[in-house]
Write a protein that binds this ligand. Structure first.
Ligand code: NAP
Length: 319
């Protein structure tokens, strides 16, 4: 029987790759966007799925809109990926970020509970919620210590998910994802910005790459592989939480050096700008993916430098 899945934030990086995966698995896919006016199908066209998704306008802050969508489609699975997803922007818009990213989770889970639906819900949690960690790697048991408004909002969404699971038996899975990148990443995120700007420097369109604090380390992976883990996590009989990560961290500076060397750009094209530093930043973070690999049979063993090769080449082809 054909399964139906709803994806909020379907226009984002993960939403588009997840929609592609689910379509390939023969799902009926309903993608939610906040507004038809700003709706952009560029990612779907790029992945060749623009005529295979049903798009619905749905404001996740509006409880009744979610109820209507759930009644209309009776989805087997609901992937909640819609969010203000930028740590940097969250320092500029703390109230909007925290309000949206927590109220939306609550509205979805409360709707599923009130309608007594057996829809499985995936909540997009983030490694950012661990923040200041005392030991590495991060595991599912690491205490949360968020360092940004975005991280606070994701920590709150995480606990809302746990609470609906424990208190009401709603099947809610928290997928705690570490940074993952792709050609479809928004240009305001670090890796995409480095690659795109480097190509623009190479082509004489820009002179320099301006960055903030780059002597910090992050655990980076490849988005098309990470959305597979999202899907696998909802195929289990019991709802649980999973860390999705590569298990290694690398310096942001090394990503720039690698990209500059790959494209033959001199290091004096890099400008480190203290005005771009964040009020607080995680120094180093990487996770333990043992549980996801064993329980979900999720496979991942890519070096991020190999992922960078893919991303640079894809960006070159499409610039
Ligand atoms: P993304 O590219 O930024 O897409 C997020 C989508 O959410 C947008 O396309 C937008 O779609 C929707 N949205 C709803 N409210 C928004 C708001 N106030 N501001 C901006 N966009 C809003 O995110 P992503 O990289 O695909 O990530 C998917 C989810 O995973 C997010 O919840 C993110 O926080 C989480 N996450 C991502 C990573 C990562 O490395 N990518 C890591 C950990 C967790 P419409 O405008 O069409 O509604």
């Amino acid at each position: 029987m054909t399964k139906t899945a709803i994806i909020s934030g379907v226009t984002g990086q993960d939403g588009a790759y997840l929609a592609q995966l689910l379509i390939n698995e023969n799902y009926k896919v309903v993608g939610l966007t906040r507004s038809y006016n700003n709706f952009n199908s560029r990612s779907f066209k790029y992945l060749g799925i623009d005529d295979k998704i049903i798009i619905e306008e749905c404001d996740l802050l509006d409880f009744s809109s979610i109820i209507k969508i759930l009644i209309k489609y009776k989805p087997d699975e609901f992937y909640n990926l819609g969010a203000q997803s930028s740590v940097g922007a969250s320092f500029e818009q703390p109230i909007g970020t925290i309000n949206y990213n927590t109220q939306s989770v609550l509205n979805i889970l409360e709707s599923v509970r009130i309608l007594t639906m057996d829809t499985k819900v995936y909540q997009a949690s983030s490694s950012e919620m661990y923040g200041q960690v005392k030991s590495l790697p991060v595991s599912e048991k690491t205490p949360l210590h968020p360092l940004s408004p975005y991280a606070i909002s994701k920590a709150s969404g995480y606990w809302i998910g746990v609470n609906y699971r424990e208190s009401y038996g709603v099947h809610c899975v928290n997928g705690v994802l570490f940074n993952h990148e792709s050609y479809l990443r928004s240009p305001n995120f670090f890796v995409k910005k480095v690659i795109r700007t480097s190509l623009e420097i190479k082509n004489g369109i820009k002179s320099h790459l301006h960055v903030g604090h780059i002597d910090i380390k992050r655990d980076f992976g490849y988005a098309p592989d990470y959305v597979k883990a999202m899907w696998l996590s909802l195929q289990q009989n019991k709802a649980d939480d999973y860390l999705i990560c590569s298990g290694k961290s690398i310096y942001l500076r090394d990503i720039i050096n690698y990209t500059f060397d790959y494209l033959g750009i001199k290091k004096d094209r890099l400008i480190e700008d203290p005005s771009l530093f964040r009020p607080t930043d995680i120094e180093d973070i990487y996770g333990d993916n043992t549980k996801a690999k064993s329980a979900l049979k999720w496979e991942y063993d890519k070096s991020f430098f190999n992922v960078l090769d893919i991303l640079i080449e894809e960006e070159k082809e499409n610039l």
